[in-house]
Design a protein around this ligand. Structure first.
Ligand code: FUB
Length: 450
């Protein structure tokens, strides 16, 4: 009996634990904490994201009003929609050479060599060991850890934003930033420089450059980097036929943040035959851009290898199951007037957003919803309407097939309402939510039930 109770407790705790660690999101992809500077890597058919972990500095705990990072988490996904947080992999108080009061664990990277995973991170050294930011390495047998930090940082490197690349011939390179971008060859052990650092000199002279990310496609080496051309950073790229350059500056991958986030920091991967740009915005902290959030959008190449400019979106990437909460506030398109998106709770932005449809025929659309193959019986909506509005849930377009009409009761509280489907649907479709009358409705999420 005792054993049975114990087993029940363990099952209950593991359910809570897995619920806490499984994140489902559009943009930003991580909504229960701040995350920035995402380096994405594909390891064993899964995407791993190694971001910085922004926290809010407090007096005596980091520098108030500035970046504040004390550790790193790693996240992974098999579909770019459902993300697992594997927890903390390296923290400032567990690396012997790091000043554990510096909160300086900025943008990291991770790379695999011979079945081992090398996690590179910048941090400030302890007093007496040196000044400023060095770059350390932690090693694991699995992408999610357990990582063991090396006792010393890499010699002859001062800087931030390490980025690693291993060419087809097996030669490894490390890039990093310190106003400009530098590169050096790495030894086979991945822990020591094999060549003297050299500045990548062909990039724009004026304006800060940081966050290098180098990748190769069809024999072209793409050196991509955030650069302050005007007021804040934008993502640019240059190309060459050698990992050490020379590079030719080509143009902009993503323009300045529409939200005014001063930094951007990115990585680019190919996964299941599609290229993706991982970057950050300050979605969950619109008034303080040192608390950022990781996003993903698709990236496309032209036939000549040039990169098409990426427009940042809320919707991001990936297919959303109709049977899960669909957060239509992460929309693709909306009517020109009558729609707004706001935080559910301005004091706790991690609770996410709501959509407000304010006038008749206002609409919002959300793409790539997978209805699967089974019959869907009803639609469940979490919404409120002070004056009792009615929502129309339509397929693909504003006058598309009417799936259901959801009538909200009058009131100030949230309701979760199930409404029978008028038509059932299979496959992947866009969802369009239209306000039928002039009674405003606030929507938290929509989900289908089979
Ligand atoms: O996250 C701190 C710094 O901001 C990074 O190291 C830079 O690349 C910029 O994103």
């Amino acid at each position: 009996m005792k054993n049975f109770k114990l087993r029940l407790i363990i099952i209950y705790l593991s359910l809570i634990f897995s619920a806490l660690n499984n994140l489902t999101a559009q943009n930003p992809i991580i909504c229960d904490q701040f995350s920035a500077d995402p380096t994405a890597r594909v390891f064993n058919g899964r995407v791993y994201v190694y971001p910085s972990h922004d926290i809010l500095a407090k007096p005596g705990h980091g520098r108030v009003g500035w970046f504040c990072m004390e550790d790193y988490h790693v996240f992974s996904s098999s579909n770019l929609t459902d993300w697992t947080d594997h927890g903390v992999i390296v923290s400032q108080n567990k690396v012997s050479w790091v000043d554990s009061t510096s909160f300086s664990m900025w943008a990291p990277d991770c790379i695999e060599r011979n079945g081992r995973y090398y996690f590179y991170f910048p941090a400030n050294m302890k007093a007496g060991l040196g000044r400023g930011s060095s770059i350390g390495v932690a090693i694991a047998d699995n992408p999610a850890g357990t990582y063991t930090p090396q006792p010393e940082p890499i010699k002859n490197v001062r800087g931030i934003d390490p980025n690693l690349f291993i060419d087809k011939d097996g030669q490894a390179y490390m890039y990093w930033a310190m106003g400009n971008i530098s590169v050096a060859k790495l030894k086979e052990n991945m822990l020591e420089l094999e060549s003297d650092p050299q500045v990548v000199g062909e990039l724009p002279r004026q304006g800060l450059k940081e966050g290098p990310f180098l990748f190769e496609r069809n024999g072209i080496y793409y050196m991509t980097y955030p650069h302050v051309q005007n007021k804040i950073e934008r993502l640019e790229y240059a190309v060459g036929d050698n990992p050490m350059g020379p590079f030719k500056v080509m143009g902009v991958i993503m323009g300045e943040s529409p939200m005014g986030c001063w930094t951007n920091h990115h990585s680019i991967i190919e996964f299941n035959n599609q290229w993706y740009l991982f970057y950050h915005e300050n979605d969950l902290s619109p008034k303080f851009d040192k608390n950022r959030s990781v996003r993903i959008d698709s990236l496309f190449f032209n036939n000549d290898g040039t990169i098409q400019k990426v427009t940042p979106t809320f919707r991001g990437v990936g297919v959303t199951s109709a049977l899960k909460n669909i957060k239509i506030d992460r929309y693709n398109h909306k009517s020109e007037t009558g729609v707004s998106v706001a935080f559910l709770d301005t004091l706790n932005t991690f609770k996410g957003w709501k959509t407000i449809l304010g006038k008749q025929n206002a609409w919002i659309s959300y793409n790539a919803v997978d209805f699967g193959g089974k019959k869907i019986k009803s639609v469940r909506v979490k919404a409120l309407s002070q004056t009792g509005g009615t929502l129309q849930i339509r397929l693909d377009k504003t006058d598309g097939t009417l799936l259901a009409e959801v009538k909200l009761p009058k009131g100030t509280g949230w309701n979760t309402i199930d409404t029978s489907m008028l038509k059932y649907q299979k496959g992947i479709h866009n969802l369009v939510v239209v306000l039928k009358d002039n009674n405003p409705v606030e929507i938290d999420w929509i989900q289908f039930v089979n």
